[in-house]
Design a protein around this ligand. Structure first.
Ligand code: GLU
Length: 417
């Protein structure tokens, strides 16, 4: 039984506790893994366009680097809190370990409403963030990347700021950069593509024909919109509902994901898309579909709505979309869950490819990226599935078992415990 909590970091710690019990984790190891190794709390003064200076609060949390430098995105969000960033950093450690890439876990966040800021203000904020943390990051220390409401342009500014402070061009410090400044092919849709590879494996396991399957996607940002496009193109599945922060749309005959994206770009939201009915985000989650893909923010599937989830597969492209209480209900109802740090690991996996390419100044073609990504995601999925079947536990718990065992082994071999 997992402890209940509305605090995201406590929820993440409760998940670890369950895995620790099964693995008979030594108390010392558990104590190290429960907490971040380092936390930076910063204040960033930014000269706004009106001439006033505004101070933004930001964080960088470095959870664990036993297997390699800390790695993880930076979010710009008006309701960012240290506990959310802690939980996300924590999950990055397991994410990198479950796909077996030589990186640890970290995450950053800035409390700001990026939608209301000009490009110049965003650039000054991005550079200010790096000015405050640059001595604690680096290609061999901590490598940030994009996340909610940050993008390749922001990564370009951050890489430039770091390079100026260091005194030389350092593309290996950040991933998710634009192609022209050391980015990688295939990074844009990597989170969604990796998720689709895990859905393909889950469907094989469940004997589900994806060309006949229906899909609902919550969130139409980077992960969600690419997931819709790739599920439509790679597996031929029917996308019957999508949503964003303003609401959702539904058409049981199927939506054209490209046209929906164009509509969102033009109007700012997916809602009011012609030939579809508007629905709420809550309604979308409870639709009768084969695959439900939460691809927006955290804690949307809770103890309250989990009993009404009708999907056969829940593919978590978002970080932390399901509370532990909901987890138990879904597992009991035989909903097959592809847990977040497995399902959405494609992003950091291609970030790893980008880091390797940036360090070597030698770039691969897109086909090579896709092939390597498919191999890593499939292998990780199979390792987690095998653990889940062997121990008769949920996929989430199985993913923790695989990841925690790998991090623990590295900690022991390094002599930390
Ligand atoms: N922000 C993404 C995640 O949560 C990618 C992190 C990265 O590429 O470092 O996985």
């Amino acid at each position: 039984m997992v402890k209940k909590s509305s605090n995201l970091f406590e929820m993440a710690q409760a998940q670890l506790e369950e895995a620790a019990g099964i693995l008979h984790l030594e108390p010392g190891i558990h104590a190290i893994l429960r907490e971040p190794m380092r936390e930076l709390h910063i204040s960033i003064p930014v000269k706004m366009d009106d001439g006033q200076t505004k101070v933004f609060k930001g964080f960088r949390v470095q959870h664990n680097n036993a297997r390699g430098p800390f790695k993880g995105g930076i979010r710009f969000h008006p309701e960012e809190t240290i506990d959310v960033v802690r939980a996300l950093a924590f999950w990055m450690t397991w994410k990198c370990a479950v796909v077996d890439i030589p990186l640890g876990g970290g995450k950053g966040g800035v409390i700001c409403n990026s939608k209301e800021m000009s490009s110049g203000e965003l650039e000054r904020l991005s550079r200010g963030y790096i000015d405050a943390i640059w001595e604690f990051i680096g290609p061999n220390r901590d490598i940030p990347a994009p996340d909610v409401y940050t993008n390749p342009q922001i990564m370009g500014w951050m890489m430039d700021e770091y390079s100026k402070l260091r005194g030389y061009y350092t593309p290996g410090v950040i991933t998710g950069k634009p192609l022209a400044v050391g980015g990688s092919l295939g990074r844009g849709d990597a989170t969604a593509r990796g998720g689709v590879y895990t859905i393909i494996e889950a469907a094989k396991h469940l004997n589900l024909d994806l060309s006949e399957a229906t899909v609902a996607i919550q969130g139409y940002g980077n992960a969600g919109s690419y997931a819709a496009i790739l599920m439509h193109e790679i597996t031929g599945s029917k996308i019957i509902a999508v949503s964003d922060s303003k609401g959702g749309i539904h058409n049981k005959r199927g939506l054209d994901p490209h046209k929906v994206l164009q509509h969102k770009t033009e109007t700012g939201s997916v809602i009011d898309f012609p030939q579809a009915e508007n629905i709420s985000n809550a309604e979308l989650l409870e639709l009768r579909v084969d695959i439900l893909c939460p691809a927006g923010l955290e804690t949307v599937i809770t103890g309250e709505n989990a009993p009404r989830i009708k999907a056969k597969i829940v593919a978590e492209l978002a970080n932390g979309p399901t509370t532990p209480e909901a987890d138990e209900i879904l597992y009991h109802n035989e909903v097959f869950n592809i847990p977040d740090f497995l399902c959405n690991a494609g992003g950091v996996t291609v970030s790893y490819f980008e880091w390797v390419q940036s360090l070597n100044r030698y770039y691969w073609d897109e086909e090579e990226i896709h092939q390597r990504l498919a191999k890593i995601m499939t292998k990780a999925f199979q390792a987690v599935l095998a653990e889940s079947l062997k121990r008769k536990i949920s996929m989430r718990l199985a993913a923790y078992i695989v990841a925690v065992a790998r991090v623990t082994e590295a900690m022991k071999l390094r002599g930390w415990v």
